[in-house]
Design a binder for this molecule. Structure first.
Ligand code: ADP
Length: 236
């Protein structure tokens, strides 16, 4: 319990810190982007300058994505709970990413339960969960492999399972994957926030995550979410 408490306290602290940093950075970054776009609009740049400006804009947009992740992680993004169908979310997300991975020898296999019950959830956040899990699965399979995306449901819960045939994790890595900023990836490949975001979203939906992994064999993430959400006061 002591360890759990320490972990929770640390998470709360990092969450608060991240929220502060994200908030502080968002505004000046907005200005960088705004002015860069003004310069682009004005034209009259030579080719090299245009290229440099595009780099500034791209880097700013990338930074904005990181800030967005930080905000979700620290739950600064207000939740929009509506009735959603997890199967529809899976279809929509895979529609966009499926083709991109085929060329890398990655096959995505859907096993979606027909007549899956609808659930109350934030659709954007649920999509984010799926994208993060699939992104990690893809990173874990540099030589190709397969990803199973499975949905299941009963009268009280739905389950989302993402299973890969990738490199798996050692017990030491598995212990740390939900720590904010923990990553085994190279700089630029990972921020170490993907699974912290996933956990933040699942927690805020009163769900649970379990992980099964085996080095060299693959990894399975299983997320269980209640169909209904109690109205709750935001704890600060
Ligand atoms: P990032 O992907 O930016 O590193 P995450 O929080 O998403 O951050 O993941 C943390 C770490 O967990 C990864 O760096 C990786 O070591 C491990 N991990 C996550 N998903 C998988 C997976 N499907 N297979 C193997 N390792 C994984």
């Amino acid at each position: 319990l002591q360890v759990q408490l320490q972990h929770a306290e640390r998470l709360a602290f990092v969450g608060e810190l991240s929220a502060g940093i994200a908030h502080e950075l968002n505004e000046p970054l907005g200005r960088v982007l705004g002015f860069a776009q003004l310069i682009r609009k004005a034209g009259s740049l030579n080719e090299q300058q245009e290229e440099d400006l595009e780099r500034i804009i791209k880097a700013s947009l990338y930074s904005r994505e990181i800030i967005k992740k930080l905000m979700i992680f620290s739950r600064q993004m207000p939740q929009q709970i509506t009735k959603v169908n997890l199967n529809t979310i899976v279809h929509n997300i895979l529609y966009f990413i499926d083709v991109r991975f085929q060329s890398r020898g990655i096959t995505i296999i859907k096993q979606l339960e027909p007549n899956l019950p609808e659930m109350m959830a934030d659709e954007v956040q649920m999509s984010q969960v799926l994208v993060n899990l699939i992104t990690n699965a893809v990173h874990a399979m540099p030589g190709g492999g397969s990803i199973h995306v499975i949905t299941k449901g009963n009268t009280t819960n739905v389950k989302l399972i993402v299973k890969d045939t990738g490199i798996g994790m050692t017990a030491e890595v598995k212990d740390r994957i939900f720590e904010p900023f923990f990553t085994t990836k190279e700089v630029g490949q990972g921020t170490g926030l993907g699974l912290s975001v996933v956990q933040g979203i699942v927690d805020s939906h009163n769900g649970q995550i379990s992980v099964n992994t085996s080095p060299g064999k693959g990894t399975k993430f299983e997320i269980q979410l209640p169909l209904k959400q109690e109205k709750k006061k935001r704890s600060s």
